[in-house]
Design a protein around this ligand. Structure first.
Ligand code: PLP
Length: 407
């Protein structure tokens, strides 16, 4: 039994009262983006209504107030992930923005011809393509940790991939397509024992699991704001102070400069060195509010409740004739990828939508996983703190009905 009052939680999300095609909405696409509670929406509105102004360089009242609120949001992120300093938190446009920033700055600073970067077979495209692009530019080599049939990383193979040339390991904490929770502590320990650096993609982790960057001892970490009940267009790059200080900035302009002349430009200090241009001020402040929402509920409580939903849904799903769950790792977050008989995921997804049941279909931006399993894609139901067992019952009923229709 959860100690979260789910009714009270749901009341904070008016969109959950929508009807879709005349049916009550049951939203199971939380791994793509979560809904936003009232307090986040109101916070963003309040920023535009009461303190809209550009930050950091203004002497006038509104600019100061906006700067304070933006920097307060940074401090909230710092304490949420337990970073040693608030300037180790860089606001970005999302996890993709954060990884591209890192791949560019890290590549420029540390990577030479023949160096190696390790990613895994279960990465989101956002944690594959920026590294591929960087490796191409710097003539470096990309290596890939394999997965097994349960959708788990093969850790023994990972250990074999580590070499004196490994500069960085960039892996996801939780797979968005399968829900696998990776043994991140073990991966970090092995990486450091090899004198390499690590980046953890926590886009599918921070909303479910307690993440403490100092306890994990990760060098870099990224996550999305919009998957943790925050506004779209928000995200975070965390990096250890020493590394961020050493790294070249990526984008130039605005906030990231100290002085500019045509002969020479000097860069601003952290975190501004990596935040060129006017940032998503209202978004970052909204993300701070979302973090308050999660922290007040308690991420451990959220995990416990979502795990209950995952177990319940898995038990019900496997009773459906023809059900095949893709991703059966021993530790999973609240994601179920599945196929039923040979029904195409798009057909099933479209029909579920007509019943008000929102699931994601396709490759979930993780095409190599689909290739591994030899399938074009899956249906994916991913649960958040506002989902209920009654909604899962409706989903199971819907899937069963469609499966019967297809005979
Ligand atoms: N990494 C993972 C594991 C994801 O699930 C996602 C989004 O689905 C991303 C990266 C990209 O996140 P964003 O949409 O914030 O760029």
């Amino acid at each position: 039994m959860t100690n979260i009052d789910i009714k009270k939680v749901r009341a904070q999300f008016p969109i959950l009262n929508s009807t879709i095609h005349g049916k009550p909405l049951a939203y199971f696409d939380n791994a793509a983006t979560t809904h936003k509670p009232d307090r986040v929406v109101n916070k963003v509105k309040e920023v535009y209504e009461t303190l809209n102004s550009n930050i950091h360089r203004g002497v006038h009242y509104l600019s100061n107030q906006a700067t304070l609120a933006y920097e307060e949001a940074r401090t909230k992120v710092q304490s949420f992930i337990n970073a040693a300093h608030s300037h180790e938190v860089i606001f970005t446009s999302g996890a993709t923005g954060a990884i591209n920033l890192l791949a560019n700055s890290f590549g420029e600073t540390y990577i030479s011809e023949g160096d190696e970067i390790i990613i895994s077979h279960m990465e989101h495209h956002s944690n594959i393509v920026p590294w591929q692009m960087m490796c191409k530019r710097r003539k470096a080599i990309l290596k890939v940790i394999p997965i097994n049939g349960n959708g788990e990383l093969v850790i023994d193979e990972f250990k074999k991939l580590l070499s004196p040339k490994t500069k960085l390991v960039a892996v996801t904490y939780v797979s968005n397509a399968l829900g696998t929770v990776n043994p991140i502590d073990e991966i970090i320990k092995n990486t450091h024992a090899n004198n390499s650096l690590i980046m953890v993609d926590a886009s599918q982790a921070v909303q479910h699991l307690k993440v403490d960057v100092q306890a994990m001892d990760t060098d870099f970490m990224v996550f999305s704001g919009h998957k943790i009940y925050g506004p779209t267009g928000t995200g975070v790059l965390y990096g250890k102070e020493k590394l961020l200080n050493e790294m070249e900035p990526w984008q130039g302009g605005g906030e990231m400069i100290k002085t500019v002349s045509f002969e020479e430009t000097t860069y601003n200090e952290l975190p501004f060195k990596f935040e060129a241009g006017t940032p998503n001020i209202a978004g970052a402040i909204g993300l701070g509010e979302a973090i308050d929402f999660v922290s007040e509920l308690g991420v451990e409580n959220i995990y416990e409740y979502e795990d209950e939903l995952l177990r319940y849904a898995t038990e019900q799903f496997i009773k459906i004739p023809g059900m095949r769950i893709i991703g059966t790792a021993s530790k999973k977050a609240s994601v179920i990828s599945f196929l039923v008989n040979d029904i195409h995921p798009f057909d099933m997804g479209t029909m579920l939508d007509k019943m008000g049941l929102a699931v994601r279909t396709g490759h979930h931006c993780a095409q190599p996983i689909m290739d591994f399993f030899g399938i074009p894609g899956t249906l994916r139901a991913s649960f958040a703190v506002y989902n209920t067992k009654e909604e899962i019952d409706r989903l199971v009923e819907g899937i069963t009905k469609i499966a019967k229709m297809f005979g």
